[in-house]
Design a protein around this ligand. Sequence first.
Ligand code: GMT
Length: 376
Amino acid sequence: MKIAIVCYPTFGGSGVVATELGLELARRGHEIHFITYSQPVRLALLNPNVHYHEVIVPEYPLFHFQPYELALSSKLVDMVKLYQIELLHVHYAIPHAYAGYMAKQMLKDEGIDLPMVTTLHGTDITLVGNHPFYKPAVTFSINKSDFVTSVSQSLKDATLKLFQIKNEIQVIPNFIELDKNTKDSSTPCHRYVMANPNERIVTHISNFRKVKRIPDVIKIFYKIQKKIPAKLMMVGDGPEKEKAERLCRKYGIEDKVIFFGNSNEIDKILCMTDLFLLPSETESFGLAALEAMACGVPVISSNSGGLPEVNFEGISGYLSEVGHIEEMAHNALRILKEDAILATFKENALLVAQKFDIKNILPIYEELYEKAINIY
Ligand code: GMT
C-alpha cells in the first residue's frame, strides 16, 4: 500500500507512534510518505520505502499566524498526485484531520478519491481539542474521517463523552518494538557512569508540560532518597523544567538529580533505570511508561486516563490517585527496597509490555488500511 502519514515531528508520543508505525510498515514492504514540517525525530530514512516530504510555510508579514493547515493540505494534494498515494493516516486531530479533510475535498475535485484514517492521541481530545474555540472544527474533522482510531479505551470513552461523534471509534493501542531492545542488548549498559553500585536509579521522561505534574516527580523522589540511596534522571524538555530544577535546589537534592534535556538515546537511559515515574494529571496511554516497561522497568503512575490499560497494578508497578505523592513514594520503596522484589517487578514489566508488541498491533492497522482502500 502507498500511505501518507501526517504527524508532529517532535519528541511527543503521537509523533513517535506515527514514526515507528511508518517505519515498521515500510519494513513490511509498504511505501510510506511522512508529511510534516520537519523530519520526525525518530525517523531514519535508510529504507527505500520511506519518504519524507517537508511542509514549508512561507512567512508573510500580513499573517500574524502563518497558515500551516493550508500549506499542509496543499502538500498532501501534491504528494497524493505525485506518488499515487492510496490512503491518508493523520495522527493527532488538530489540525491534521482538518487539513486532511480539505486535501480530500480538493482531490475529489480532480477525480481522486482516497480514504483518511484519523488516530486520536490524547491532548487533541482531552486538553486542546476540547477548548470551545477548537471544538466545532475538531468534531467536524473527526466526523468527516473515514475511520477513527484511538490509542486506548479510556480515550475513546472521553471522545464520545466530550464530542458529538457519529463515527465508530476503533481502539488500537500503542505499541513497542520489543525486538529492537533484544537487538540492542549487545550495547553495554553504562550504569556505573550515573550511579554508585548501591544506588537505585529512578527515571522520568516527558515533555515537561503541566499535565505531567513534574513537581510530583521531584517530591516522590525526595521521599525515596530519604530512605534509600538513589539518583533521579529527568529526561526531556519543556515549560516545567526550570521550576523542577528550582525545586531540587529547594530540597537540597540537586546533586542527586540529573537533567538530560531531550534525548534520542532513551533505550540507553532506560537500561540503567530501576523505576519509572509517571504521575501525570492524565495520559491517554502513557507511551513513555510502555517504553520503560519494554526495557524491564516497573512503573509508578497515576491511575488516570489510559494508564491502567498499560501499567498493571501490583504486577508491572503501582497506580495511585493523581497527586497522592505519599502513596506513590511508599509504593516506589516497596519495589526498590529489596533486590528480589525489584527483580520480579522488572520481569513482570517486560511480560506486560509484550502484550503491546508491534508484531501484534501492526496487523490491526494493516487490516484497517486494506478495508479502507477497498471501500474506495
Ligand atoms: O504526552 C504528551 O503531552 C504528548 C502527547 C502527544 O500528542 O504526543 O502524548 C499523547 O499521545 C501519546 C501517544 O499516543 C500518549 O502515549 C500520551 O499518553 C498522550 N498524552 C496525554 O494524553 C497527556
